[in-house]
Design a protein around this ligand. Structure first.
Ligand SMILES: NC(=O)c1ccc[n+]([C@@H]2O[C@H](COP(=O)([O-])OP(=O)(O)OC[C@H]3O[C@@H](n4cnc5c(N)ncnc54)[C@H](OP(=O)(O)O)[C@@H]3O)[C@@H](O)[C@H]2O)c1
Length: 267
């Protein structure tokens, strides 16, 4: 059988589809180079029409691929591994995005010699703007293939696996946290007189600009804040009121609550 560096995405749900879409949009692969699997394949008709290899046959997808993404929910992993275990090969690279499943646990489950990588992207992977944290058990050759792939889909950071739960909260749940900020800013804009569409456009582009300033200058947020706060001006007055109301504190507490929760979750 010829392996043409195909990719299998086992569990083509929200994140799996985001990864596939990102890979194709960045022209790293054609849809026909990617297998998408899930049990309810009818929900993937749109992707079948786009040329992806859609199937519920995980075994076949694995047999015909080099890089295999495990994108199922934590409770679905055992059933999936049961099916693919017999066809896993030494040259396979298994990339798990499954929350809370350690590399050691995964190795134990597959009891095989495949190269393992744990990745924590976020849903912005679909538009090439993910923050993806990666960890390995020393699978350096695999990392050489997988890191560039995620680099074209955003930024990557190689981390110690013990920090993976923190990375999940800050990077993956972080999308939801920032969305809530954008919704609140939009609501404030509407209260001041913009219609929703205008308010959202201003809030979203401003958030993008703020993040881009930090990325471009590699500066501390407070340095950028100093540039827009005039003494006795409206910005500092608003900022201080936000802090009196617990803005930073509630954010940190929210992130830490998510972190405590993820640490209690068992796979
Ligand atoms: N969403 C995020 O931002 C994010 C970020 C980082 C990591 N993660 C992790 O990524 C994983 C997937 O998250 P998600 O949000 O994409 O979940 P999801 O939308 O529920 O996707 C999981 C998919 O797996 C499919 N599936 C279940 N059992 C299967 C099997 N035996 N064979 C093939 N497909 C199977 C399900 O479809 P069927 O029911 O049709 O089979 C479903 O489409 C989770 O472990 C999550 O913790 C998510």
């Amino acid at each position: 059988m010829t392996i043409v560096n195909k990719i299998a995405i086992l569990g083509a749900g929200n994140l799996g589809i985001s990864i596939a879409t990102g890979i194709v949009e960045k022209k790293l692969k054609l849809p026909s180079d990617i297998f998408l699997t899930r049990r309810h394949t009818g929900l993937l008709d749109k992707y079948r029409d786009l040329g992806y290899g859609v199937s519920s046959d995980n075994k076949k997808a694995v047999e015909q691929s080099e890089i295999i993404f495990l994108c199922v929910q934590p409770k679905q992993i055992d059933a999936l591994i049961e099916v693919i275990k017999p066809v896993l090969r030494k040259d396979h690279i298994l990339v798990s995005v499954i929350t809370g499943v350690s590399l050691d646990l995964l190795r134990e489950k597959i009891s095989g010699v495949v190269q393992l990588i744990r990745a924590m992207p976020n849903t912005a992977v679909a538009i090439g703007q993910s923050m993806t944290c990666l960890a390995t058990l020393g699978a350096d050759t695999a990392l050489e293939k997988v890191d560039p792939l995620f680099q074209t889909l955003g930024l990557t950071l190689l981390i110690e696996e013990r920090l993976m739960q923190a990375a999940t909260v800050l990077g993956a749940s972080g999308i939801a946290f920032f969305m809530r900020y954008l919704r609140a800013a939009t609501q404030a804009g509407v209260q001041m007189g913009f219609d929703t569409e205008e308010a959202q456009k201003i809030a979203v582009q401003t958030a993008k600009g703020a993040a881009s300033l930090i990325l471009a200058h590699n500066s501390h947020p407070e340095v950028e804040i100093d540039k827009v706060t005039t003494p006795q001006g409206c910005t500092i007055e608003g900022l201080n009121e936000m802090e009196h109301q617990g803005f930073s504190s509630s954010l940190i507490k929210g992130v830490m609550t998510s972190f405590n929760k993820i640490n209690q979750m068992k796979s």
